[in-house]
Ligand binder design. Structure first.
Ligand code: ZN
Length: 210
């Protein structure tokens, strides 16, 4: 099957990410072609939305629903606070190759580093490890007849995406993350941001070294 047809089939089924896991472990399967996978209309990130219930009662950052809506754009709110999704190749950071750090859109905790980002071909930002695993919580997601591992920010509970075990070396992990859950700072901006925040209690101590 040609990749374009395969993509169309997968998108129609809404199972791109689940199927992709199989594709990447099957050498005879065609790789997803990003160009061929460009389509119109809503397509769920990382396969399908998550239906998991994240326990946010112990999260360090607590906001009322009104505060969340005031802080976030409608898309950010839908993705980060309602376990929503965004379309592949039509999100802010899937093709961002600038050196820098990705922060949680909900609480500014540094979550991912561009040095750990790779081109997965899925159309979503993909990383082979988080900056600090303690800030990326995992929940088993059995929605839509699949078993996936949902990932979220442990500081504020914002939904990030899913993690799969078909990533590159050295971890073999693929953190498939929604751009809407992230805020990007270039390396210089991040360094300045860290200096500004030094000595404050506004956010967890970031560990990404310039
Ligand atoms: Zn957060």
């Amino acid at each position: 099957m040609k990749s374009a047809a395969l993509c169309a089939l997968l998108f129609t089924a809404g199972l791109l990410s689940a199927a992709e896991s199989t594709m990447k472990t099957n050498a005879s399967a065609p790789a997803a072609d990003p160009a061929a996978c460009k389509i119109d209309g809503p397509v769920s990130a990382c396969g399908l939305p998550s239906n998991v219930v994240i326990d946010m009662s112990k999260a360090r950052v607590q906001r009322t629903d009104a505060e969340w809506r005031a802080r976030l754009s409608p898309t950010q709110y839908r993705v980060a606070r309602q376990q929503g999704t965004e379309p592949p190749f039509k999100n802010e950071f899937w093709d961002n190759h600038t050196d820098g750090v990705y922060l949680c859109v909900g609480c500014d905790t540094p979550l991912f580093d561009s040095r750990h980002k790779f081109d997965s071909g899925t159309g979503w930002p993909s990383y082979w490890q988080p900056l600090e695993k303690i800030f990326v919580g995992e929940t088993t997601d059995t929605s839509h007849g699949m078993t996936r591992v949902e990932v979220h920010c442990t500081v504020c509970g914002s939904h990030l995406g899913h993690v799969f075990d078909d990533g590159p070396k050295p971890t073999r992990l693929r953190y498939c993350i929604n751009s809407a859950s992230l805020r990007f700072l270039t390396r210089d901006a991040y360094t300045s941001w860290v200096k500004q925040r030094a000595g404050t209690d506004a956010a967890p101590a970031p560990s990404a070294k310039p």
